[in-house]
Design a protein around this ligand. Structure first.
Ligand SMILES: Nc1ncnc2c1ncn2[C@@H]1O[C@H](COP(=O)(O)OP(=O)(O)O)[C@@H](O)[C@H]1O
Ligand SMILES: [Mg+2]
Length: 234
């Protein structure tokens, strides 16, 4: 579904991605793990075209998407839930969700998608009229994911959805990611929570200082000695 080939990227003079190779097959959950500053968010931003690759290619369902505008990438079905939620704090939960269905082919499904999001997140339904900014971090993350689902994604890019959440919400968010995947949405997940994200992943990649240093099935990576030492304190 998604194929990244020899992707290089620099912020000005600072080179942060080196020859990244990454694939996501339809139906998978793929996790990219790595320390703070490894280049995880930058990789997602290249896919969603918030930044432009220096070289290399990114193809989605056979189409090269390097040169598309970011709204065109969304129209193809790639939707990013950004790091730090980035919900609209002064809008209600329902208004935030409706903002997610701005593209043409999501508008017609708006009300059905609101119902779908509310059935997935009953907590959001209860808080439908509450202002986004007054909710807890975990609830805001639910809202950010819910808003992403309003855009009818085929591939959902999730940037650190569990960051800063309480253990209870971390558990809920990882369950929700699996549920969304079961409903037919392919997932590319970027996380510092190496254990949880590899546990739910079909396959994973390890990024270190802008390079893919390891890849494999989620379970193989979890039992890998380097990963155990570097990330799991074992
Ligand atoms: N807007 C930016 N301008 C300059 N450098 C940046 C910018 N965003 C990130 N970086 C740098 O790029 C590198 C990779 O960052 P990032 O992709 O955010 O890593 P991660 O998401 O894995 O924490 C880091 O060295 C970071 O300091
Ligand atoms: Mg990041």
């Amino acid at each position: 579904m998604l194929s990244i080939d020899k992707l290089n990227f620099s912020y000005g003079d600072l080179k942060v991605l080196w020859d990244i190779e990454l694939e996501v097959h339809e139906g998978e959950i793929v996790s990219v793990v790595g320390a703070n500053g490894a280049g995880k968010s930058t990789t997602l931003k290249n896919i969603s075209r918030l930044v432009k690759p220096s070289s290399g290619s990114i193809t989605f369902n056979g189409e090269k998407i390097n040169d598309l505008e970011s709204h065109q990438v969304v129209e193809r079905g790639i939707v990013q839930v950004p790091e730090g939620r980035k919900i609209f704090p002064d809008m209600t939960v329902l208004e935030n969700l409706r903002m997610g269905s701005y593209i043409k082919n999501a508008k017609k499904d708006r009300e059905a998608n609101v119902e779908r999001v509310f059935s997935m997140f009953p907590r959001l339904k209860e808080r439908e009229k509450q202002l986004g900014g007054t909710m807890s971090g975990g609830e805001q993350q639910m809202l950010a994911i819910g808003r992403g689902l309003m855009t009818n994604p085929k591939l959902l890019l999730l940037d650190e959805p569990s960051l800063g959440l309480s253990p209870l919400f971390v558990k809920i968010i990882f369950e929700i990611i699996q549920e969304i995947n079961k409903q037919g949405v392919t997932i590319l997940l970027v996380e510092q929570n190496v254990f949880q994200s590899l546990k739910i992943a079909d396959r994973g990649y390890v990024l270190e200082t802008g390079r893919v240093v390891l890849s494999g099935s989620g379970s193989d990576l979890l039992s890998n000695d380097h990963i155990k030492k570097a990330f799991l304190g074992m």
